[in-house]
Design a protein around this ligand. Structure first.
Ligand code: GLN
Ligand code: ZN
Length: 795
């Protein structure tokens, strides 16, 4: 007998996702133990189950009590990989990874993520405008799609058996294919999105299994719809909208409950813009809109019959929500919903896996600063409060007022707005952003530097050995004093300088042993920042970072710390280390700084003023540092901006304004340098062409960039652009322990000189060597220097 199915009500409050690494990085420890052979698959599975159940219990305790309010966003490595493995879309280059039953188990899953002896892993790239990296699916005309893992069904059943009905999560079909790259053998112009019709039956089959397991809701994440992506095959925005229509027509064809769960179509990371109508026209029962970054759509009538899930609480940054403002938006939505016939629920704007678990654990922070913060757990409470307001206006007024009061204290608190910092940025003029003509500088630099053609250098860091890390840990624990720490670091610097002398490098580095992290190190030495103890967030796989909190006006600190005695005026951060390194050698030593855009991108940044203003403050602190480096006799200074591409807005219309302030911040930081000081910058990511104008606009004398993984393809971009200053396309990939042969590097250099005039070229690796071991580093660098000699002789 056919029963009439109506969708279950959408939970009144939810988050689009939750940190999955664990409050004490339990997942990191469990997977790394398994990878190293220290634990068994059964032990890994047991740890993962315990973590999933602890998460479900925690979220319930925090107030996500409605059915399907707890998101099923656990992942062993990456959500894109989870979906790809469920669909069975293994690239042909991996051969057979499926078992005899046609399943992809965890070992196959990790092989795709981490590679094996024959195959490189799937490529990794940034997830929208975040610092999270996903694995890029490789899809071709030959890719076979078949349901190959039911892990998400099993995860649902596990939680259900323990009393929590979760809301399973999948990357939606349009986003999955839009983020895919064409597989190796695919014909030119092949668009992975052209395989949409072939993946949909597998999605439908999986949805059927979820329904059968008792899942009332599933979340299909479609962030591709908020971005202007440069899609392979030249897919236009209109075609993307049409793909949404086809995909969700197919997935919603079966009745809710019979063949599938109700669908929440989530669109995090920005406003839907021109895709709003396509999303509203789908049969998805609920649509999650990012109302933190995006605007409330003008025409709300188009959502009639659905639940509009209002993503009001920012999932991507750590600041307490302005609950009163969010409540006002909810009031407007409630009223529109009553008029047009849609329901309203509350959520975060994105998954909260971009922020740490719990601000309350940061007991070392000033209580006032802590009161401004909302990490994942605090955000759950915020959505629950807002849902309480939605259900019973007036019922949460005390909490709303408290939130307004705390936010107001931010404006007044000491350190947030410092007149001496603001006067400096207010007084800036165009001249502060420009150096002399490049030609004039190049001559002045040539006169003092005396470098051979194709000069060799590295990107900055040398391997961080166990001894170096242990010295820092002992300093932090008080087991050694600062004098002892300084001595150990200086020993390490001396070793690194000796090694570079022995290998024959032209421009040396001190090796950065004293830096725990290229951003945190500066954050610890600048006013306006604080660092956390437990604030880890996943960067990719088991890798986590601990972003600093940029909450106030920025300047260099008075130097009360190591190496500066009791100085009271703003003290240099890097100068003593660089000067020490320079004292050991006749060769030039490069000073090494992290650029303003990267410092912003890899920190949690204040949201109470434009990023441009914050960037200029950081830039001025770096400008002071550069002046001090010059005074100490450092003639080459590198300012790293690996994150320049990362903050590029998802919408094309927003990009010019971003590129304007970000490029200007770099220029402000560096433009005080004398003509004879050679300013370097370093960027690392593959899609270099997109922002080549901006890179040129940085006006650095030398730019080193990642290039080895694309076999120097970037040199053709440089040639087409007519890039006229120094450039060091990386000659080997530092992300793997593989030692490049001398011949291979010679070939890459030969290719480079065909496209870029030799007098502009530098020879360097792709990136810093911090995560490598000394053995492979020495061998690789030796081959690099020898290859440069051969290439030089051939000029
Ligand atoms: N100077 C830094 C290093 O060598 C640059 C790192 C980066 O680009 N991510 O470690
Ligand atoms: Zn790099």
């Amino acid at each position: 007998m056919a029963t009439q199915h109506t969708p279950a009500q959408f939970p009144s409050a939810t988050v689009l996702g939750y940190p999955r690494i664990g409050r004490r990085r339990e997942l990191k420890k469990a997977v790394e133990a398994y990878w190293s052979g220290a634990s068994s698959l059964a032990e890994l599975e047991a740890s993962a189950e315990a973590l999933q159940l602890a998460t479900a219990a925690r979220l319930t305790e925090l107030g996500l009590t409605d059915e399907a309010a707890v998101p099923g966003t656990f992942s062993f490595y990456d959500q894109v990989l989870d979906t790809l493995v469920a669909l069975g879309a293994v690239p042909a280059r991996f051969g057979t990874l499926h078992d005899d039953a046609g399943r992809l188990g965890l070992d196959a899953y990790f092989t795709l993520a981490r590679g094996n002896a024959e195959q490189q892993p799937l490529e990794m790239t940034k997830w929208f405008d975040t610092n999270y990296h996903y694995l890029v699916p490789e899809i071709g005309p030959e890719t076979v799609f078949s349901l190959s893992s039911e892990r998400i069904v099993e995860e649902f059943s596990l939680a259900k058996a323990h009393g929590t009905v979760t809301r399973p999560y999948l990357v939606g079909p349009v986003t999955l294919l839009a983020l895919s790259k064409a597989s190796d053998g695919a014909p030119a112009g092949f668009a992975p999105l052209s395989r949409l019709e072939d993946v949909l039956p597998v999605y439908a089959e999986l949805l059927g299994k979820l329904a059968a397991a008792g899942a009332p809701w599933v979340q299909l994440d479609e962030p591709a719809l908020v971005a202007d992506l440069d899609l392979p095959g030249g897919t236009s925005a209109a075609e993307l909208g049409a793909a949404v229509e086809r995909a969700y027509a197919a997935l919603t064809a079966p009745a809710v409950g019979a063949g599938r769960p109700a669908i929440l179509l989530s669109t995090p990371y920005g406003g839907l813009g021109e895709q709003t109508a396509a999303v509203a026209a789908t049969g998805a029962e609920a649509v999650a809109l990012d109302l933190f970054k995006g605007q409330l759509p003008a025409d709300l009538a188009q959502f009639a019959g659905k639940t509009v899930v209002a993503g009001l609480v920012d999932g991507h940054n750590i600041w307490r929500n302005d609950l009163a403002a969010s409540a006002a938006t909810l009031d407007a939505l409630r009223e529109a919903g009553a008029r047009h016939g849609f329901a309203v629920a509350v959520a975060t704007s994105t998954s909260t896996f971009h922020v740490p678990h719990d601000a309350e654990e940061e007991t070392q922070l000033d209580p006032q600063l802590r009161s401004w913060l909302a990490f994942a757990d605090q955000k759950v409470r915020e959505v629950v409060t807002l849902a309480g307001h939605l259900a019973a206006p007036g019922s949460q007024d005390a909490a709303l007022a408290e939130s307004s009061r705390i936010i107001a204290t931010r404006a007044e608190a000491p350190g947030v707005r410092r007149p001496e910092v603001r006067e400096r940025t207010a007084a800036l003029t165009a001249a502060d952003f420009s150096r002399s003509e490049y030609g004039v500088r190049a001559q002045a630099q040539e006169a003092v530097l005396d470098l051979p053609p194709l000069p060799t250098t590295t990107i900055g860091s040398f391997p961080q050995t166990a001894e170096v890390r242990s010295a820092r840990a002992r300093l932090n624990k008080g087991a050694i004093d600062e004098a002892e720490y300084e001595r150990l670091m200086k020993d390490e610097i001396a070793r690194v300088i000796d090694l570079q002398e022995e290998l024959g490098f032209d421009v040396l580095v001190h090796g950065e042993p004293e830096r725990n992290d290229m951003v945190q190190y500066f954050a610890e030495h600048l006013d306006g920042f604080d660092v956390t103890v437990h604030g880890w967030v996943q960067s990719y796989g088991s890798r986590c970072t601990r972003p600093s909190i940029l909450w106030g006006d920025v300047s260099r600190q008075a130097g009360a710390s190591i190496l500066w005695g009791d100085a009271t005026s703003a003290a240099p951060i890097t100068v003593p280390w660089a000067a020490y390194a320079q004292s050991l050698t006749e060769k030039p030593v490069k000073g090494m700084l992290t650029g303003p855009v990267t410092i912003l991108a890899w920190s949690f940044v204040r949201d109470d003023q434009p990023l441009a203003e914050t960037a200029n403050q950081v830039a001025l602190a770096l400008r002071d540092e550069i002046a001090d480096l010059e005074d100490a006799g450092i003639g080459i200074i590198q300012v790293d901006e690996p994150a320049l591409r990362e903050l590029l807005p998802l919408r094309a219309a927003d990009r010019p304004a971003y590129l304007d302030w970000s490029v200007n911040a770099f220029r402000l930081a560096t433009a005080g340098a004398a003509d004879a000081t050679q300013v370097h910058t370093h960027l690392c990511y593959s899609e270099f062409g997109v922002i080549i104008d901006a890179i040129d606009g940085l006006d650095a004398d030398v730019t080193s960039i990642e290039a080895a993984r694309s076999r120097m393809e970037v040199v053709t971009d440089l040639e087409a652009h007519g890039f006229g200053r120094g450039v060091g396309p990386g000659v080997y990939d530092i992300h793997s322990p593989r030692v490049p042969s001398q011949q291979e590097i010679e070939e890459l250099l030969a290719r480079a000189v065909e496209h870029v005039p030799a007098r502009q070229l530098w020879v360097n690796p792709d990136c810093g060597l911090k995560t490598r071991g000394y053995e492979e580093t020495e061998a690789s660098l030796r081959n690099l220097v020898e290859a440069a000699k051969v290439a030089r002789a051939a000029l």
